[in-house]
Design a protein. Structure first.
Length: 127
């Protein structure tokens, strides 16, 4: 769900997702008016956040990151084929087995979605 990372620091990351009409979810969501499902925008946020966590926290390498909760999710505008999602994620809290992230997705400078994500870090053998 991530096409490229364009910025990364110790606290934040910016990733790009190019939304194309040939993605399978557009077949039925919605016929005649393709809209990217909000859950997939949140998934893209989580994936970009996971890249950040993996880069800044060596103790999480080799662990799986499971989405544990989504808080304060807001979807402000539809995301449609041809849009380029710019997703910015920030670490709010990072502990040994839990990370809390805040994300904002924009298209052409306008906020289309935002959410706070809590993720559980688990050893691969325990999953």
């Amino acid at each position: 769900m991530v096409d490229r990372i364009i910025e990364i620091s110790q606290e934040s990351i910016v990733g790009i997702k190019n939304v194309t009409v040939n993605e399978p979810h557009f077949v039925g969501h919605f016929p005649g008016y393709p809209v990217m499902p909000g859950v997939l925008i949140v998934e893209a946020m989580a994936q970009i956040g996971g890249i950040l966590v993996g880069e800044v926290a060596p103790h999480v390498r080799g662990k799986l990151m499971f989405l544990a909760s989504v808080d304060e999710a807001k979807f402000r505008k539809p995301v449609v084929p041809g849009d380029q999602l710019r997703i910015e994620m920030k670490i709010l809290r990072l502990k040994h087995t839990v990370v809390k992230l805040q994300g904002v997705a924009t298209v052409d400078g306008q906020t289309v979605a935002e959410a706070t994500l809590m993720c559980k870090l688990t050893d691969l053998a325990a999953a």
